[in-house]
Design a protein. Structure first.
Length: 439
């Protein structure tokens, strides 16, 4: 029964909860075995509430990137490699590291619990666990300052509990701040501070720069523009970090498409784990550019064990067809996985050509399954007018071949790719390019 409940959607789980509760109430009245009933009810109902990690005290986030799932700003709990803490997270995934109010005095109090209403900073043990951070942000509640940097040195200053800027010695790394009034941070300091440079003492010090940013708790300074004086009463500065979303909704072990009969494909895939996973969609395309969903398959929701999925699909389109897997969370987020191809008609090509990513920003890869012997061939790319814009001689190995296409970074629009040799001409793949210099 436990596995059956875990496979239900969130809505169905709640319905099951009502049904199971009613069932055991009846059994309680019938058998009057209170202890046994309560124990069994607890065991069976546990999976109903075992959703993905939600940042609660009982189910804390286990990576900084999980904060990207936050849609409602508030206080959330983390457990990073055994270090637990709670802090304020906004709805863009920014995790608060410190907050300091106007007219406060002395160093920022360090601890493991922060809100957005009380002055403080996460302690050095917690800071040392924020190494997955990819961005640092400083903001002012006045709206006059909101800056971001992805400079690795500044990120390391946060995790090592060190001032982000100590004055002129750090002028170089401060050039990377961008955002509202970033000039207050990028402007050069002309002197430096040599002591009291822990983060809870000195967050940012544009020393001896009259127009520079000063956030120095030990000196009771909170100035966006030093010459403008202290920020008004009731306002505050915040220091934030943010990480890339690293928690995958599923861990996909395999995805295969095989012919079962004329125009009939067997689509199989396996997951090692699933988090908050509502359903899968099988998408099909005849050209690798335009896609449509042809099958929807309910998912397990949450699982830490391997699960195998299988579905058959009758495809009425002749020739090579492309298939890909789309995963959709309960919250509507989705992820697309790699493309595979199959030709389940009688007139089969000997080899299959796939281009990915597609669409592309100008750099993409060709994957070619060569079912013939090793041979020389030519990659040819035409534009929408039929003009050859790219050609390259390649050596095809028997089996799988992958070729990077890196010379199309300035190309835009639809292009057509084929591989041909003296023995064959491959299927033609339509590639959509937007010419931005990288995939």
């Amino acid at each position: 029964m436990k596995n059956t409940i875990e496979s239900l959607s969130k809505k169905d789980r709640l319905s099951s909860y009502k049904l199971i509760t009613y069932f055991f109430k009846v059994q309680f009245l019938k058998f009057n075995e209170k202890v046994k009933i309560v124990s069994v009810l607890f065991i069976i109902l546990m999976p109903l509430f075992s959703y993905s990690q939600d940042g609660s005290s009982s189910n804390p986030y286990t990576s900084l990137g999980m904060a990207r799932h936050v849609t409602t700003a508030g206080n959330y709990y983390f457990n990073l490699s055994g270090t637990t803490f709670s802090t304020y997270v906004n709805n863009s995934g920014w995790v608060q590291v410190a907050i300091d109010f106007a007219n406060s005095t002395g160093n920022l109090p360090a601890g493991t619990s922060l809100t957005n209403t009380t002055r403080g900073i996460l302690n050095s043990t917690v800071l040392s666990k924020l190494t997955s951070s990819t961005e640092v942000r400083i903001s002012s509640s006045t709206g006059n300052l909101d800056v971001i940097t992805n400079n690795s040195t500044i990120i390391s200053r946060v995790t090592s509990n060190t001032a982000l800027s100590r004055g002129s010695v750090d002028n170089g790394i401060n050039d990377f701040w961008t955002g509202t009034n970033s000039i207050y941070l990028t402007g050069n300091a002309t002197c430096s501070s040599s002591s009291n440079n822990s983060l809870h003492q000195r967050v940012f010090h544009s020393a001896c720069n009259a127009r520079g940013f000063h956030w120095i708790p030990i000196g009771d300074l909170r100035r966006e523009d030093h010459s403008a004086g202290e920020i008004p009463a009731g306002n505050y500065f915040q220091l934030w970090v943010r990480a890339e979303e690293t928690t995958l909704p599923i861990s996909l072990m395999s995805f295969t498409v095989k012919c079962k009969a004329e125009n009939l494909v067997a689509i199989n895939w396996s997951t090692a784990s699933e988090i908050n996973n509502q359903h899968f969609e099988i998408q099909q395309s005849s050209d690798g550019v335009e896609w449509k969903t042809v099958k929807t398959v309910p998912a397990a929701g949450n699982s830490s064990t391997a699960i195998n999925y299988s579905v058959d699909y009758t495809n009425t389109l002749s020739g090579i067809n492309y298939y890909r897997l789309k995963q959709v969370d309960f919250d509507g987020r989705s992820k697309l996985f790699s493309i595979v191809a199959a030709n389940c008609t009688s007139n089969k090509n000997l080899s299959v050509l796939i281009a990915y990513p597609n669409p592309s920003k100008g750099i993409f890869y060709l994957h070619f399954d060569n079912n013939l012997v090793k041979q020389d061939a030519e990659i040819i790319i035409h534009d929408s007018k039929g003009i050859t814009v790219y050609s390259k001689r390649v050596s095809l190995q028997k089996g799988k071949n992958t070729f990077p296409i890196e010379d199309m970074v300035d190309a835009t629009g639809i292009h057509y790719v084929t591989i041909k040799s003296n023995a064959f001409i491959s299927n033609t793949v339509k590639v959509s390019l937007n010419g931005q210099g990288g995939n």
